[in-house]
Design a protein around this ligand. Structure first.
Ligand code: KG4
Ligand code: ZN
Length: 334
């Protein structure tokens, strides 16, 4: 079979990204333009600003990606785009750009679910091996997914309230750290000690998670200490919080791997960059002889290379969208 080059778009939140991926495995060129510095001024992503910045940047990002790859549109076999879930105004910019190029250059248009992208970021490390369990942990999602083969997704559990990345960002704010909180809390967690008494959230037999109670517990401790005139030790709070998060995520994930009788585990989404989580999973997987794959750090948070990787398999399966493709703020992974 001849090589397939996918031009991929990702603009679901605050990163404008375009990538060219060969055969779902090889990243030829990727450009990620992060708006993080601007949103940090507001303590979180401002949707209206995000979509305006995508509009300003998308053409430049497309041009830069093609230049970096030394390729032109005639070398591209198909165009893949994140159609959802995410911020509607942000998604629309990527979808519109992808549709325009598909129309002008007569290329097939392949719709990709954002979480399928995060999962296939692992395919850029090594080909996925099935069956597998995927732990998806990002700013908007916390899910356990069983995959029997390529591009089949069975959700076996998920968060009942906050996503884990969201909890990281909120806890960071409460203990006085800047946005996005995940990477800073992770750094602080390695500098402190587990001195605060926090609950292990939703420690039951299900595959579901809940992080809002843990977040509230952090807020309560901070308020109680303030009332006593004490200042919280941010490093210690970060350690206590991260220890509970990592413990519950690894406990339920390993249980799923065993009960579904699989040998392969992958981690996906922004929180898969978390050093505490990566170290703990590596340690347990070594002991239990589970094959663990985690994405390269640069593919953990939002990028278009992961959409190009997932888009390749969607393309092979014949998934296509017409020029009536619309962005969806919410959509089930299927
Ligand atoms: O996947 P992503 O870029 O966007 C969504 O699809 O949501 O994930 C962003 C989330 C943010 O909540 C960010 O704080 C979190 O991932 N994150 C981390 C780390 N790096 C990013 N959380 C914990 N530890 C990290 N090292
Ligand atoms: Zn994401």
């Amino acid at each position: 079979m001849s090589d397939i080059y996918i031009l991929a778009f990702e603009s679901s939140c605050d990163e404008t990204s375009v990538s060219i991926v060969k055969n779902g495995r090889e990243e030829i060129a990727t450009v990620v333009l992060s708006q993080m510095d601007i949103h940090a001024l507001y303590g979180g992503v401002v949707p209206e600003i995000a979509s305006r910045m995508h509009i300003e940047n998308i053409t430049l990002v497309i041009e830069e990606t093609l230049q970096k790859a030394h390729m032109s549109m005639k070398d591209i076999d198909a165009i893949a785009v994140t159609y959802g879930p995410g911020l509607i105004g942000s998604l629309l910019v990527g979808v519109q750009a992808a549709k325009t190029l598909a129309y002008i250059y007569k290329k097939p248009l392949v719709p990709v679910h954002h979480i399928a992208g995060h999962i296939y970021a692992n395919n850029l490390v090594k080909p996925l091996e099935f069956p597998l369990i995927a732990l998806v942990v990002s700013g908007g999602h916390t899910e356990l997914i069983y995959m029997k083969e390529d591009y089949t997704f069975e959700k076996i559990g998920g968060t009942l309230d906050d996503a884990v990345g969201e909890a990281y960002d909120k806890v960071a704010r409460v203990i006085g750290l800047s946005y996005p909180g995940g990477p800073i809390v992770d750094k602080y967690a390695h500098e402190g000690q587990d001195t605060y008494s926090l609950p292990l959230p939703k420690d039951d037999n299900s595959y579901d998670f809940s992080f809002s109670g843990l977040k509230s517990a952090v807020i309560n401790v901070v308020h109680n200490e303030e009332q006593r005139g004490n200042k919280i030790v941010s490093e210690n709070m970060a350690t206590s919080f991260q220890n509970r998060v990592v413990e519950i995520l690894t406990k339920k994930t390993i249980k799923a791997v065993k009960e579904y009788n699989v040998k392969n585990l992958i981690v996906a989404g922004g929180v898969s960059a978390n050093k505490g989580l990566r170290d703990k999973l590596e340690e347990i997987c070594k002991e239990e002889r589970i094959h663990l794959t985690v994405p390269a750090i640069k593919y953990c948070t939002d990028n278009a290379a992961m959409i190009g990787a997932a888009g390749y398999y969607a393309f092979l399966l014949g998934r296509r969208a017409g020029l009536d493709l619309n962005a969806k703020a919410n959509d089930t992974l299927k």
